[in-house]
Structure formats: structure tokens, C-alpha cells
Design a protein around this ligand. Structure first.
Ligand code: ADP
Ligand code: ZN
Length: 731
């Protein structure tokens, strides 16, 4: 595709729209012509929709019937690099291109004319009378001469009422101007405040700087224990981008982590970066989208979808906590933002930094094979040491039924409270109890729409299905035998553990961190800050506490059920458990106090548990790599999941069986198909689910074969067929 392509008025152009039409549509170029990549408004039936000029039209029909592009939008044209990326990503994930386009245009008001707003600067007049409030306004405008404030912003910065400002406008002291609503972000200064790096860090930072300066594609694994300074190091790579006048993107796995990151960027570069995730306002969303395209933002921090912003000159993508499963989008377009970062970077000559204390086996294998560079920070910054790790053998502990905290763990927590230090108790289960059983008939309460048990959430006094989100009040009588008062919780969830902790430590200040207990990201952030400030003795948390939060006074981590993740048939069960346990344990002892991690387990001799305890990571990965390579599964083979779902069980089984039988195109590339089998969750939201798994060798053209294979079947409208390349979740 030629980037300089220009189409004169009246010539046919092919336009891609985000509508669910799986092909490009031809239109005549509008008055004044248009360039390839231009964002345009086109008629589609009775509607007007937004699209992108994708290339020359194909024609082959009566040209007098061709409709015209209505207008070219006032947006930076989509660059060839991004168009390429979308095409390649669509092919890779086997997603219609229109759906990929939708990922890149998720900002409101793109077709609106640029709107203006009033901003305020220092004028030339003198105030009639100096007052404290007026002086503050003038000082604020003087201090931030390079910024244009809105009325509300200026009032806040100067800490005065808006009427003071309006008075100054009348006197000509403050000038009111019209300015485009979507303003560039404040400039970041790479030398605003520099950090004295340790020799290890400096070496890693220098290597990243060289990579970024090369202006070529490359991927680097930045591995380092929690607290070793990975963030400090990759901020140096960002600084290099800033110096070169290019753009950087930092992906974080969770919104709750951005607040801390924004502060660090501000401290390091003197201003905040652009922010992109589900909690930002629509106005901000549009501003960032436009500024990414115009080069008005130098650094963006965001969730996985930020990778689809129309950057003008992207030079660096950092994927922090690259092993995190939340980088895989499991709905709509099934893509892994980590892998797609590498793809996009390779198309726009950018560098990728994959940062983690516990890399994914995929990344480890790529680094070992020399495809990625590898940088390592082996010690924690300052006096902080890695925690000591020990198992608590539950077989030799006396834990009463309905309780989960062993006497050993209890004593350890008690000692921390006495020393004025914090403990974290980790359990990877939300809610009160995973199962509710009738003691009269043995019935377990399940979801009406899914093949899943309802989880009691006592905090909300309801039962909830973790698959579809359906809730219902806790019944008094058993839905099966109708006996009253016999329903009982079985097993622990985070809320039930909290109850046990309250009983064991009645005087302790307890804080429960579970994603469903917070109405907003802000409430969660406040809670996290309060814990960090020492406002609690015992933190009880689910998976979300494992991610990057910094609790300086936390010296003990107790894992309630280490064995939980090792159950099940997931190919990544061992890897996940290993990562999660190392990550959670890493929460202990970040500053000068050495931490201790205690893992409650029934099988301390299990190889994965032994590897977690010994910390011999290379051995663990090598063993894991050997096992997977022996059976040719990722990263040593390729995999795709096919999920068929329908409201009628027989038809999905029939289609599944037919697909398994007519597997010629798969056999042609020596791929095997497994199934059909009921998916591990055989019913979700009233739809029955059947799964097939396809495995192929590493170099095989899996997508091509899948396409030919699926094309053989007529899939009725009542059946949904989803293809998941590189499945992460086997549900
Ligand atoms: P990681 O990203 O590996 O978890 P961080 O970059 O967050 O590590 O570093 C952990 C803590 O140590 C942070 O508070 C950070 O500011 C501090 N730190 C790391 N390296 C340095 C340094 N060279 N000078 C000052 N503080 C540092
Ligand atoms: Zn359900």
C-alpha cells in the first residue's frame, strides 16, 4: 500500500467502515479528493457512517450508481503502519477487519467539527486594586505561562472563586481566548529530575536507550524481582523517546495501578502523560485519540486497548507485568495485547519492553531462543530483600473444620501485629463461599443459565454466578427439597476468610481487597492508599493484590490455599501458580524489613510448590519448557480453541462432531483436532457450549488451515462460532 496515494475527485476509493459488513465498499472521492488513510463520512443505506479510505476502489459495477464520500473528516489520516497492523492483526486473530477498525475508533465525536472553548491567559492590564485573591490568579498564570487554563481549572489552581477571574477579565488583566477543545498534553521534560541508578539498573537502562535510539524494531524482556527498579529503568527508555521527539506507550494490567504510575511520571518528567482506560471521561478520550494522531501527546499510559490508538510516531511500547492474563481480551476480538504490541512495533520500527518478575513461558522461550533481548535486575533496590519463603504443611496442622488459617500462620500474623507490621492473607476466591449446599438433600445451588455454582456474597446478601453475573437473594428453603434452614456455605471465599480473621484477631484493623467490593476505581484507590499509609494491620485479598501495589510496611504474606491453582487441566496451571505465588510473595518486605511468605499446602513436595519455595526459576522454566515441548503445545506448538454455542444442545454437538470428522484441511498441515467436548463451563447465559481444540506444529499455517476447515460447514444463525488463536483460558 502506498502511503502517498491521493485520489482525485470522482475516482473510486475503497472504504473500510466499522459496520459489520465483511468487505470494503466503493465510493467516489469527494470534492477536493482524498488521501489514502483519510477518515471519511460515507452514506450507507439511509445512514451516514465513518470509514477509512483503504485503497483504490475495485469497481466492476455501474459507476453511475456509485455514491460519493460525503466529506473528509478533520482528523489525521490513518497511517500506513496502522492500516498494516490492523490487517495483520485481523488475519492473525481471524477477525473481520471492520471489527479491528472498531477497536481503533473507540472515541466519541470523531466526526464532530472541532469545538472551541474559552481559555485564560495573562493580559496586559493592571488590576484596579490588588487583593489577595487577584494576586493569586496573576501568580498562577505567571507560573504556568505555557498552559491554557479553563475557567474552572484556573479557579482551582489559584484557589479562588470564578467571579474573581471574571472581574480580572473585565479589567483586561486576564485575557479570555477561544481555543480548540482538544489541546495537546503538557510537554514532558526528559531531564526534569533524574534518578541515580544502581550499576545494574544503569546497565539495563543504557541498553534500552541504545535500542530506542536505533529507531529499529526489537523486543527486550526486562526481568527483575518486584522492587528491583524495572519501572525506573523503563522510564529511561521513555526519556530517550522524549529526547528523540517520538511517542511512547506504557501498558499496565490494571487501572488501579495507573494513579501510582502517573505520580512517578510527574516526578520524573514534570508533567502527567495521557491516560487511556475505561474510567476516563469521553472528552478526555477524544482528546487523547486526536493528540495521539497529531503528536500532541508524548507518553500514553493505558489499558490494552491503548495499543490501537493512532499514534503518529510510536517508538516504544512497554508492557508492564507482561505475564498478566488481563492482556488477553476474552470477548469480542480475541487478542493478546502483549503479542499484538510486538506485531505493531515490528511494523512501525518501535521497541517493545516486556517487564515482569515472572515472565510468561512464551516470553521466556523467545528470550532463550534469542528472538528477544534479555535484561535482568537481580536484586531489590536499596536494602529491600526478597522474602523468605516457607511452606506450612496442612497435613500436620490442626485446622478446625470451617476454618482455614493454620495455627502456624495465626502465630506469624500475631507476631506482626505485635511488631506494628502488616500482614497480607491471600485467597484467590471472591465472595463468601464458593458453594452453598443443602444439608438435608445435598443439593448445590447452581445458576439457572450457566453450568456453574452460585457463589454466596454475604456482603451483598446475594448469590452470584461468576460466569454471567446473575444474582439472586439467598433462599430460605432449598430449591430442590424445600426444607428450610438447611442451606450451608462450603469452602472459603475472601469474605468468609475476613470473618475468620475478625474472630481470631478481634482488635486488628482489617481491610478486604476484592474487585467486587468497590463501586469505583476511586474508592479502590483510596483504600489502597490507606493501606499503604499504614491504616490497617491485616489485608485480606484476592488476585488483585498480587499486582504491583506498594505496601511498605507489609512483612508477611500468608497464602491460604496454594494448591487451588494446581487443580484443573489448564495447560498453564503450573505456570500460573508459579507466577501468582511469586508475585503475591513479592508483596512482603519491600523496604528495609525482610519479609516472610508462608504458603499453606497439602502437597509441599509437589514440583511446582518446591520450585516456588526454592526460587529456582530457571529450573522451573526449563522443566516446564521440556514438558510442553514434548507434547508440542505453546510455546512449542500452536493452538486454537473453537467454541460453538447455542441455546440448543443437540445442534452444537452435531456441528462439533461434523467438524471433528471432516478435518481434511487440518490434516493437510498435520494438525490434530480434539473434541468436541462440553466446554469446562458447559453452559453460559443459557447457551450450551462445545469446545474443539486444534493443535499444530510451530511453523504451520494454522490460520489458513482453520479458514479452509471452517468454510466447509454451514453454520446456522442460531449457532455462534468463535475462534480463539493462542487460547489463554480454557473455559
Ligand atoms: P519494580 O518496577 O521492579 O517493581 P520500581 O521501579 O517500582 O521496581 O522500584 C521499587 C521502588 O524502589 C520504587 O519506590 C522506586 O522509586 C525505588 N527505586 C528503585 N530504583 C531506585 C533508584 N535508583 N533510586 C531511587 N529509588 C529507586
Ligand atoms: Zn450464570
Amino acid at each position: 500500500m502506498v502511503d502517498t496515494g491521493f485520489f482525485d475527485q470522482g475516482t473510486l476509493v475503497a472504504v473500510l467502515s466499522a459496520q459489520p459488513i465483511d468487505r470494503l465498499l466503493d465510493y467516489k472521492a469527494p470534492e477536493g479528493g482524498c488521501v489514502i488513510g483519510a477518515f471519511v463520512e460515507v452514506p450507507l443505506g439511509p445512514r451516514k457512517v465513518i470509514g477509512v479510505v483503504w485503497g483504490a476502489g475495485r469497481g466492476g459495477f455501474d459507476l453511475t450508481k456509485a455514491r460519493s464520500v460525503i466529506r473528509v473528516l478533520d482528523l489525521a489520516p490513518m497511517r500506513g503502519e496502522l492500516r498494516d497492523f490492523l490487517s495483520r492483526a485481523a488475519d492473525y486473530t481471524m477477525t473481520p477487519l471492520s471489527m479491528m477498525l472498531r477497536l481503533t475508533t473507540r472515541a466519541p465525536g470523531l466526526s464532530d467539527a472541532p469545538s472551541m472553548r474559552k481559555v485564560y491567559r495573562l493580559g496586559s492590564g493592571q488590576p484596579e486594586r490588588e487583593t489577595e485573591a487577584r494576586r493569586k490568579v496573576i501568580a498562577a498564570l505567571g507560573d504556568y505561562a505555557d498552559l491554557a487554563f479553563t475557567l474552572a481549572e484556573l479557579a482551582e489552581v489559584a484557589n479562588v472563586s470564578t467571579s474573581v477571574i471574571k472581574g480580572l477579565v473585565k479589567q483586561g488583566v486576564v485575557q479570555e481566548e477561544d481555543s480548540p477543545r482538544d489541546l495537546p498534553y503538557p510537554l514532558l521534560d526528559p531531564d526534569f529530575s533524574t534518578v541515580k541508578l544502581t550499576p545494574d539498573q544503569a546497565e539495563a537502562a543504557a541498553a534500552l536507550r541504545v535500542s530506542v535510539a536505533s529507531a529499529a524494531y526489537g523486543t527486550t524482556l526486562l526481568k527483575g524481582v518486584t522492587g528491583s527498579g524495572k519501572t525506573e529503568v523503563y522510564l529511561e527508555a521513555v526519556a530517550e523517546c522524549l529526547k528523540k521527539g517520538r511517542q511512547a506507550l506504557v501498558l499496565l494490567p490494571e487501572i488501579a495501578l495507573t494513579a501510582d504510575f502517573l505520580k512517578r511520571v510527574q516526578a520524573r518528567f514534570g508533567a502527567k502523560p495521557g491516560e487511556w482506560h475505561s474510567a476516563i471521561t469521553l472528552t478526555e478520550r477524544r482528546r487523547l485519540w486526536k493528540m495521539a494522531g497529531e503528536g500532541g501527546v508524548q507518553l500514553v499510559v493505558g489499558a490494552r486497548s491503548a495499543l490501537f490508538l493512532p499514534f503518529r510516531d510510536l517508538a516504544l511500547v512497554v508492557v508492564d507485568e507482561e505475564h498478566d492474563t488481563s492482556y488477553k481480551q476474552e470477548e469480542g476480538v480475541l487478542y493478546n495485547a502483549r503479542d499484538m504490541s510486538v506485531l505493531r512495533a515490528s511494523l512501525c520500527s518501535a521497541q517493545v519492553v516486556l517487564a515482569s518478575a515472572t515472565p510468561s513461558l512464551e516470553t521466556w522461550a523467545n528470550a532463550t531462543a534469542g528472538k528477544y533481548k534479555r535484561l535482568e535486575l537481580s536484586t531489590r533496590y536499596g536494602a529491600a530483600q526478597m522474602p523468605e519463603m516457607r511452606a506450612i504443611d496442612l497435613r500436620s496442622e490442626d485446622v478446625p473444620s470451617g476454618r482455614w488459617i493454620s495455627p502456624s500462620l495465626q502465630n506469624a500474623v500475631k507476631a506482626r501485629i505485635a511488631a506494628g507490621e502488616q500482614s497480607l492473607l491471600f485467597i484467590n476466591r471472591r465472595g463468601y463461599a464458593p458453594t452453598t449446599v443443602c444439608r438435608a438433600c445435598g443439593h448445590q445451588i447452581g445458576c439457572d443459565h450457566c453450568d456453574a455454582r452460585m457463589v454466596e456474597h454475604r456482603f451483598q446478601n446475594r448469590l452470584m454466578c461468576h460466569q454471567c453475573g446473575e444474582t439472586k437473594p439467598m433462599p430460605v428453603a432449598c430449591p430442590s427439597c424445600e426444607v428450610e434452614g438447611k442451606l450451608a456455605p462450603v469452602g472459603p471465599g475472601v469474605e468468609r476468610l475476613a470473618e475468620e480473621v475478625e474472630t481470631l484477631f478481634p482488635d486488628a484493623r482489617i481491610s478486604v481487597l476484592s474487585s467486587d467490593l468497590f463501586g469505583s476505581a476511586r474508592a479502590l484507590k483510596a483504600q489502597i492508599e490507606q493501606i499503604a499509609a499504614g491504616g490497617c494491620d491485616i489485608v485480606i485479598g484476592t488476585q488483585m493484590v498480587a499486582k504491583g501495589h506498594n505496601f511498605p510496611n507489609l512483612t508477611l504474606v500468608g497464602v491460604i490455599d496454594t494448591d487451588l491453582g494446581l487443580q484443573g487441566s489448564d495447560l498453564r496451571a503450573a505456570e500460573r501458580t508459579f507466577q501468582l505465588m511469586r508475585q503475591v510473595s513479592g508483596r512482603a518486605g519491600r523496604v528495609e524489613k525482610k519479609g516472610l511468605a508462608l504458603l499453606q499446602t497439602h502437597q509441599p513436595e509437589h514440583p511446582v510448590i518446591r520450585a516456588i519455595l526454592s526460587g529456582e526459576e530457571e529450573n522451573f522454566w526449563q522443566a516446564e519448557a521440556r514438558e510442553r515441548s514434548a507434547v508440542g503445545v505453546p510455546p512449542y506448538g500452536r493452538m486454537a480453541g473453537i467454541i460453538l454455542s447455542s441455546q440448543h444442545a443437540p445442534e452444537v454437538f452435531d456441528l462439533g462432531a461434523d467438524m471433528a470428522r471432516r478435518d481434511g484441511p487440518l490434516r493437510a498441515i498435520s494438525a490434530q483436532v480434539y473434541g468436541p467436548a462440553p466446554a469446562p463451563i458447559a453452559k453460559i447465559r443459557g447457551r450450551f457450549r462445545v469446545r474443539l481444540l486444534v493443535r499444530a506444529d510451530k511453523g504451520a499455517n494454522l490460520q489458513g488451515a482453520l479458514k479452509a476447515w471452517v468454510a466447509q460447514f454451514r453454520v446456522p444463525a442460531s449457532i455462534r462460532l468463535a475462534i480463539d488463536i493462542d487460547p489463554q483460558s480454557f473455559l
